[in-house]
Design a protein around this ligand. Structure first.
Ligand code: ATP
Length: 356
């Protein structure tokens, strides 16, 4: 069993509560991304699991074992850091084999293990080199190899790709995902990059201000965000948010009447929703004055190659719309924006998603 559980974990530095009361369960074999902006407490949560930091209150369990008070070396986990943390004076072979050497594994067995993981990570031709003779991507593979070779119960990874250039990050993203699937071990992966979380993880835990905001599968986090924070943090460009006004019969947004009726309308009224969230891909540019559309004015046009992002000013705010790559318009042009209200979500005054 290699499930991981945080039970009411609190961490304070002086008067500052970095983790307020974290309750989080990661099932056996799952790849969980701990996602959130800088300073939200994700590294602290990982360090507590690793045993590098002691919680102020609460427990951490790996499998059924309460490891809260165990030394890092007794937790049977392996950590991969952003900085790789390789030993410069050792060869790559020695770096990878170091955890096994510490355990006292005989030379021959150790060499065989190193060869096996080096082959998996395709770094077998680098074993006699030293870390400084390797590229960033190769060093990251060595750091992964050193983690794998220990055959741990769980892998903890702290922004392992952030020192790589954009292209290599994409390649390694796929490789780490494949590797974790192949090994089947539980992985906790800290990142502030929502694209990494969405593409790699089975489950995403979104954190903000020391609190867990949502724990769900990537598609659920994207399609049914729990609140305004998650809605605008996950997705690039982010979800658009506009104020809404409800009267006895209708909901209005950006000067247009929303085509929602029945139960959804009643739920919006009952929750006194104040804002609507809608993704850029659920908005459509139309002729000005088209039925049901918001009246807008083009603010910025950004051709991206495969598509064009169009920022439009409407009554109550600005919207980003994903348009075709052939879209042509000039700043200041008048335009209509229509949308399918079926894909919108509605937030209440506390920013909670009241209606999906
Ligand atoms: P980042 O992505 O920038 O690393 P994070 O979400 O991982 O951010 P943490 O590193 O967990 O955030 O830090 C959360 C907060 O706790 C930050 O405000 C940080 O300054 C503070 N903090 C972390 N470690 C300590 C410490 N040892 N002493 C005091 N404050 C700390």
């Amino acid at each position: 069993m290699s499930s991981v559980r945080y039970n009411g974990v609190v961490k304070s530095f002086g008067a500052f509560n970095v983790l307020k009361s974290l309750n989080l369960s990661v099932p056996d074999h799952a790849f969980l991304a701990l996602l959130g902006p800088s300073g939200c407490g994700k590294t602290t949560a990982l360090r507590i699991l690793a045993g590098l930091e002691m919680p102020t209150a609460g427990q951490v369990l790996i499998g059924e074992r309460d490891v809260t008070r165990l030394q890092p070396r007794d937790r049977d986990i392996a950590m991969v850091f952003q900085s790789y943390a390789l030993y410069p004076q050792m060869t790559i072979e020695e770096n990878i084999g170091y955890p096994l050497w510490l355990r006292g594994m005989p030379d021959q067995e150790r060499k065989a293990k190193i060869a096996e993981v080096a082959a998996v990570l395709e770094i077998d031709h680098l074993l006699t080199r030293r870390a400084r003779q390797l590229s960033g991507g190769q060093r990251q593979r060595v750091a992964l190899a050193r983690a794998i070779v220990r055959n741990p119960t769980a892998f903890l990874m702290d922004e392992p790709l952030s020192n790589l250039d954009a292209r290599l990050r994409l390649t390694m993203r796929g490789e780490i995902k494949r590797l974790c699937q192949r090994l089947g071990s539980t992985t906790i992966y800290v990142t502030h990059d929502q694209a990494e979380a969405l593409t790699m993880a089975d489950l995403i835990a979104v954190m903000h201000g020391g609190d867990l905001q949502q724990l769900a599968a990537p598609a659920e986090v994207y399609d049914r965000p729990a609140n305004r924070f998650v809605a605008t943090f996950v997705g690039n460009p982010p979800m658009n948010v506009l104020p809404v006004k409800a009267d006895g019969t209708d909901i209005h947004v950006g000067g247009a009447r929303l085509a929602i009726r029945g139960e959804r309308f009643d739920a919006c009224r009952a929750a006194s929703v104040t804002e609507l969230g809608i993704r850029p891909e659920d908005l459509h540019l139309t002729e000005p004055g088209a039925t049901g559309s918001m009246a807008g004015e083009i603010y910025v046009v950004e051709p991206m190659g495969n598509e064009t992002l169009v920022d439009v000013r409407v009554d109550g705010g600005r919207l980003t719309v994903r348009a075709d790559r052939g879209f042509r318009a000039s700043v200041g042009d008048h335009i209509g924006v229509s949308f399918d209200a079926g894909n919108a979500c509605f937030f209440d005054t506390a920013g909670k998603t009241a209606v999906h």
